[in-house]
Design a protein around this ligand. Sequence first.
Ligand code: GLA
Length: 391
Amino acid sequence: MSEAVADKAAGAVAERFTELYGAEPHGVWAAPGRVNLIGEHTDYNDGFVMPFALPHQAVAAVSRRADGVLRLHSEDVEGGVRELRLDDLSPESDKNWTAYPAGVVWALREAGHAVTGADIHLSSTVPSGAGLSSSAALEVVVALALNDLFSLDLRGWQLARLCQRAENVYVGAPVGIMDQTASACCEAGHALFLDTRDLSQRQIPFDLAAEGMRLIVVDTQVKHSHSEGEYGKRRAGCEKGAALLGVNALRDIPYADLDAALARLGDEEEVRRLVRHIVTENERVERVVSLLESGETRAIGPVLAEGHASLRDDFRISCPELDLVVDTALASGALGARMTGGGFGGSAIVLAEEPDVDALTKAIQESFAAAGFTAPRVFEAVPAAGARRLR
Ligand code: GLA
């Protein structure tokens, strides 16, 4: 998003805040959604991920309060201003969108940070339920605003941890740390190579346009939900695998030891598949990083496609729509393609030579029409900035 566009968005959100709450906001902040280039479901296994930020973002106009009251409003949801007392915030008490911002306030206070109340107005362009981290964007924008307004002096990765805690405990979704860290820490023009064990990070330059390529996102419009069972089942299966193998997390199984580890799992077929995905996926992230760092960008295509096959066949979290995007893209000359995010719907990414993008998009749209699927939403993704203050 260009600075002029960001400024306009900030202006509109600030104006609406003033209408709603009767005074100008103390500030306006933004936090983006993300796509993940590679490294899926590795984050709750202490592994590697490589997301980058989208230009789609949640914007929040916020003012401090000192009276223990939290007022919340979203441009994107019907229902007016919601008023809560900070002392009443309690985990899993709220099944609405308000659980995300309220959960962040709860997590900050629970960690001992003196947040005494706020008026918040939110507006987001991150499509929800599309696997593009609309929830993390909401959490991180609120966390960053409160961090600034209450001078908490927390770093991006610390805010990410608090946002994850809000989502795990307050919302009740057992997600990993990737999305919140991506939203908080990504930089424009870069993908974020993140070690989710200690949150150490490296910004990897990722400028496809300069090399004549594009990355397109295909939102299948199939909605997913992480609070529902399948994500949690995969997570529990991975934890079982780590326990059977006697390691803290599957991250601790080196790629070179995969066959021996699988042999030790004997007839635990379900767990073997999960372990195989996680161990090979961590290796794929490292391979992509080294290809990008040695300037062999086109060569990441087949690695993305391998990652998809592993998610489809071993981790089993794809769906017919995601597979159709990937199969059609690969058959129509894409360099690589894979589902991105939690799975069971949501979005896929397609890496392509710039001149092939229109034909590929058309082929995907036609394949969806022929299969009788809802038309997908297709857009180009260029790595954008992470969370920041707009005014
Ligand atoms: C969701 C979760 C992340 C991560 C991905 C899968 O986006 O929020 O923590 O586990 O799924 O890689």
